[in-house]
Design a protein around this ligand. Structure first.
Ligand SMILES: [Zn+2]
Length: 424
C-alpha cells in the first residue's frame, strides 16, 4: 500500500532546490513592463500608477504561489507561507519594487522575484519549512526607505509630508497604495516575530564582475554622514586686489576638496569621502569668491572610521583656513545612516549555501543603502549580492545576467533552508 505523506527532505536533498532561469527571466521582463521607459529601463517611482501596476503583478504572483497576502499600513506587501510549527518566528526575505526615475530593471526587482522564486521552488518540491516564511515588498525604498522605516517603527510624521517623485506626499502615497498613514504603528514588527531577514540584490558596483566572483556575501551596509561645509573669505575686485591680499573662499574650498580625497585614500580601509556639490558666491568672473558652500559625505562600515576621516578633514580645514585667510565651518546634516553590519551567522550560512552550489564568493560591504539596514535594528540580517554588468545601477543600462540572477535566487533558497533546519 502506498502512503502519501508530506515529504520532509533531509539536508542532502536540498541540492535539487534550485532556481529556474526561464521563470526568473520571464518575470523580470514582465515586471519591467510597468513603468517601462524608452531607454529600456523603468521609471517606476513609488506611489505612481506604474508602481501600483507593478505591485498588482507581484501580488498576483504571490497569490498564485499560495501565499496569504496582506498590505500593511505602510503599504508593504507581505506574503505569508505557513510553517510546520506556527509558533516559530518567521524567516523574512524580499526587497523593493519601486525604482528611481530613469532607473533599471534589476534594482529591487531581483530581490522580490528571487524571493518569490524561493517559494516556487518549495512548492515544486512540496516542501514545508519548520518556520513560517514571509516574502516582503517594501514600499518606497528609493524615496527614503519608507516601508522599512515603518516596519521598525521609525517613519516620522515629518517624513509623511515630504513630496515624493510621484508628486504625492509620502503620506498621500502610502494611502494611494493601500496603506494607512494614520495608523503606522500597526506596520511595526517586533524582534520576537522575526528570526532573520535576507535580501538578494544586485551589487550596483563593479567589483564582482571585475573579479569574476559569483556571489557577494555582504558584510554590512555602510553608514553615511553628510555635512554642509561653508567657507567664508572676502569678495573683492578680481582686477585690483593683489594676489597676496586675497581671501579667496573658492581657492580654500579647492584645497579642501583635494585634501578630502587624499585623507580618504591615506588611511587603510575601504572608507570613501566625497565632495559632490559646490556653490561659489557671488559667482562672477571678475569677483574673488567670498563664500563657498559645499557638501562633504563620508561612508564606511564602521562609525569610528567615519569619525576618524572627519577629524582629519577638520584639522586639514583649519590649516587651509589659516593659509588662505578664510574660515571653514561644518554643519552636520540630519541624513545620517548608521552602519548596519550583517549577522556573522547569516554570512556563514550564505557562504556555505553558495559554496554548496559550486559558486565563488567574496565578503564585501554595501556602499548603497537598502531596506535591510533598517531591519537590522530588529532582526539579524543577511544580504546576497550578484554581479552588476559594468557596475552600472540607477540607470536604464543596469544589467545582470540570467545566470547570475538564478545563482542569487538559488543561494537565497539554500540559505533559507539551512537557517530553517539549524536555526541561529
Ligand atoms: Zn535597491
Amino acid at each position: 500500500m502506498l502512503l502519501l505523506l508530506p515529504v520532509f527532505c533531509v539536508a542532502a536533498d536540498f541540492q535539487n532546490f534550485r532556481a529556474d532561469p526561464k521563470r526568473i527571466e520571464e518575470r523580470i521582463r514582465e515586471l519591467s513592463k510597468f513603468g517601462a521607459n524608452p531607454e529600456g529601463g523603468v521609471s517606476r517611482v513609488a506611489f505612481s500608477d506604474a508602481d501600483v501596476e507593478g505591485r498588482k503583478y507581484i501580488r498576483s504572483l504571490m497569490e498564485k504561489a499560495g501565499l496569504k497576502v496582506r498590505v500593511d499600513t505602510a503599504g508593504n506587501i507581505i506574503g505569508h507561507r505557513e510553517g510546520r510549527d506556527p509558533k516559530l518566528p518567521v524567516i523574512l526575505f524580499g526587497s523593493h519594487a519601486d525604482s528611481v526615475p530613469h532607473g533599471g530593471n534589476y534594482d529591487g526587482a531581483l530581490g522580490v522575484l528571487g524571493a518569490l522564486e524561493c517559494i516556487e521552488i518549495l512548492n515544486q518540491q512540496n516542501f514545508l519549512t519548520a518556520h513560517p516564511l514571509e516574502v516582503i515588498v517594501f514600499s518606497d525604498e528609493e524615496g527614503g526607505l519608507t516601508g522599512s522605516h515603518a516596519a521598525v517603527g521609525e517613519l516620522s510624521q515629518q517624513a509623511l509630508q515630504i513630496k515624493s517623485h510621484s508628486g504625492k506626499t509620502i503620506g498621500e502615497g502610502i494611502r494611494f497604495i493601500g496603506g494607512d498613514p494614520d495608523d503606522l504603528q500597526s506596520a511595526k514588527r517586533t524582534p520576537a516575530e522575526i528570526l532573520a531577514y535576507f535580501e538578494l540584490h544586485i551589487e550596483q558596483g563593479g567589483i564582482l564582475e571585475v573579479e569574476k566572483i559569483n556571489i557577494g556575501v555582504v558584510e554590512g551596509i555602510v553608514g553615511i554622514n553628510v555635512w554642509d561645509v561653508t567657507v567664508l573669505g572676502f569678495a573683492n575686485h578680481a582686477g585690483t586686489t593683489p594676489m597676496n591680499q586675497r581671501k579667496d573662499a573658492l581657492l580654500a574650498a579647492a584645497r579642501l576638496v583635494e585634501s578630502v580625497n587624499h585623507i580618504a585614500k591615506s588611511i587603510p580601509g575601504r572608507q570613501v569621502a566625497t565632495v559632490g556639490m559646490i556653490h561659489a558666491e557671488p559667482g562672477a568672473a571678475n569677483v574673488i569668491p567670498g563664500k563657498v558652500v559645499m557638501s562633504l559625505e563620508i561612508r564606511d562600515l564602521e562609525k569610528s572610521k567615519i569619525d576618524l576621516v572627519f577629524e582629519k578633514v577638520k584639522k586639514s580645514a583649519e590649516k587651509i583656513a589659516t593659509d588662505t585667510g578664510t574660515t571653514i565651518s561644518f554643519a552636520a546634516l540630519d541624513v545620517t545612516a548608521v552602519p548596519a553590519p550583517t549577522d556573522p551567522r547569516l554570512r556563514k550560512i550564505i557562504q556555505e549555501a553558495a559554496t554548496g552550489l559550486g559558486l565563488t564568493t567574496k565578503l564585501m560591504p554595501s556602499g548603497a543603502g537598502h531596506d535591510a539596514q533598517d531591519i537590522a535594528r530588529i532582526a539579524p540580517i543577511g544580504m546576497i549580492f550578484v554581479p552588476s554588468v559594468g557596475g552600472i545601477s540607477h540607470s536604464p543600462k543596469e544589467f545582470t545576467t540570467v545566470s547570475d540572477m538564478t545563482n542569487g535566487a538559488s543561494v537565497l533558497t539554500q540559505a533559507i533552508l539551512k537557517l530553517d533546519e539549524k536555526g541561529l
